[in-house]
Ligand binder design. Structure first.
Ligand code: ZN
Ligand code: ZN
Length: 355
């Protein structure tokens, strides 16, 4: 944790600032370990202060490392101003992606000697560069998701409602040690599978349906995220062909994935395969996203994003093809990038399962 505060301080130095006021809870957790729902972290070159409310006094004492803890009650910004926790007049960076305009106005009103400087993506690169311990947590979460998938397959059959499968997915993740779900599971059968973010419905699976199952849990703060598409009975030639195109695209992207390339370049690897098969218009979202303390975090693997992917980033690779009125196919794994390739943390089978 101490080295993470050092990383924040290095960012300050790079930006020519005297302090940082962090308001994004996943970043605060990353920096000092606090897991509660309210708190602000101030970092200066020689001090760190964590300010929270009375509900979290005991929890902060137990969790927070490397910062002095303050528990003033609910008015955190007023306390920071009254106690001059930001020190001498100077420049303080704030997280412009995670602070409201009203909050910034309040800070400026309360501390007129401080120049508050909004900074976007303040810590994203540092947060994306996962430690071995963080990779192990993602691996542990994904291991649970893999085991839930294996055992779920016997339930995936005609007549079973999407919501029944979704309920089982949630129950089994919690039974197997997740503290909560990373996101609401997606179980989308038949034509509903063509909606990339369908909510599970009361619709029953029918013979011949392709079923898209996208799920993930949270274990020790870190998310898993996996999609598999299975066929319930013989799905037909078109679905088989589309499945193979998506799988080829996914495997080509995994084959190419490494740090130092841009998210856009990696997205292009998969998109080219899908374009060449004539389904370019049906791959309607980006290739993937970073994953860690948040299920969706920087970097985006997107045709619109030229950010360079750092060593140690955990990212999803999840191409899909969606044919309205027919079906959808998506396949998603989590990989960890290194300079010469990547390690796949997902172990569920990827050949088309016909149940
Ligand atoms: Zn997913
Ligand atoms: Zn995902």
């Amino acid at each position: 944790m101490a080295s993470r505060l050092g990383t924040v301080r290095k960012r300050l130095a790079d930006l020519g600032a005297d302090a940082a006021l962090l308001t994004f809870l996943p970043d605060i957790r990353w920096a000092v370990g606090f897991t509660g729902s309210n708190g602000v972290l101030l970092v200066t070159p020689d001090a760190a202060h964590f300010v929270t409310d009375g509900r979290y006094e005991a929890q902060a004492e137990r969790e927070v490392e490397g910062a002095e803890i303050h528990v003033p009650g609910y008015k955190l910004f007023e306390y920071i101003a009254e106690h001059a926790l930001l020190g001498e007049p100077g420049t303080c960076v704030v997280q412009s992606d995670h602070l409201t305009v009203a909050q910034l106005d309040r800070l400026r009103g309360l501390m007129q000697v401080i120049r508050f400087q909004p900074a976007s993506k303040l810590l994203v690169e540092a947060v994306a560069t996962k430690s071995d311990d963080e990779i192990e947590r993602i691996r542990a979460a994904q291991k649970i998701t893999d085991s839930v998938f294996t055992d779920l397959l016997s339930m995936v059959k005609p007549g079973v409602a999407e919501l029944d499968l979704s309920a089982e997915i949630v129950y089994q993740h919690l039974k197997r040690g997740c503290e909560w779900m990373a996101f609401e599971p997606i179980v989308a059968s038949g034509a509903r599978g063509a909606l990339p973010h369908a909510h599970p419905s009361a619709n029953a699976i029918e013979p011949g349906d392709m079923v898209v199952i996208d799920m993930g849990g949270v274990k020790d703060g870190y998310s898993s995220d996996m999609t598999r598409t299975v066929a319930v009975g013989e799905p037909g030639d078109e679905a088989r062909k589309v499945y193979q195109v998506v799988l080829d695209a996914q495997e080509a992207a995994i084959e190419s994935a490494r740090s130092g390339m841009t998210g856009r370049d990696l997205d292009q690897v998969a998109r080219k395969v899908i374009d060449a098969a004539g389904y370019g218009d049906a791959f309607s979202h980006s290739l993937g996203h970073g994953i860690g303390l948040q299920t969706h975090e920087w970097p985006a693997l997107s045709s619109r994003v030229e950010d360079v992917l750092p060593v140690g980033a955990a990212v999803t690779i999840e191409p899909g093809i969606y044919l309205p009125g027919k079906f959808g196919v998506r396949i998603e794994d989590i990989v960890v990038l290194s300079e010469d390739g990547c390690v796949n943390l997902t172990h569920s089978p990827k050949e088309l399962l016909v149940l």
